[in-house]
Design a protein around this ligand. Sequence first.
Ligand code: XMP
Ligand code: MG
Length: 180
Amino acid sequence: MHNDIKEVLISQEEIANKCKELGEQLTREYDGKFPLAIGVLKGAMPFMSDILRYTETYLEMDFMDVSSYGKGMRSSGEVKIVKDLDTKVEGRDLLIIEDIIDSGLTLRYLVDLFKYRKANSVKIVTLLDKPAGRTADIKADLIGFEVPNEFVVGYGLDYQEKYRNLPYIGVLKPEVYGGE
Ligand code: XMP
Ligand code: MG
């Protein structure tokens, strides 16, 4: 285990099994369709890669980078588009792929934006759901794991851009972020 990690919440093996299961579910969900899979950078990158390798439909991939966090640990409530899609979403079936839903502000914003752009359907798959953090009215269609109200890192999730490369989801030691 990495020296900065207090506890592993979800192991590499649990993540791998879940990704296969979710990917297979998406195959059934989008059977006969040609969805546009939208990864929310940067956190969703490993998750997107791991679920879509088990999704056996035609699909297209694109990426969106939005920020509501800056470098801190709390949502600012403001969502900024850092990188927009290259693909037109009008009439498309969209699958938004996220690492974690906390306040839900990021996804609320994205779903509204894609509806405004006249997407045919918008679904959400998230690796982690932190229901205790929710302030916006948003629910994922597919969820990997529920996590407690703690700041988690690894498998795409960062603290100050570090730990995205850990193969598991863990909780940081408080001394790493100057906590109690
Ligand atoms: P909201 O609050 O808009 O947040 O649902 C979504 C984005 O916030 C980040 N986030 C976290 N990142 N550990 C992280 O490394 C966490 O516990 C955490 N909670 C929220 C994340 O970037 C997510 O896409
Ligand atoms: Mg994110």
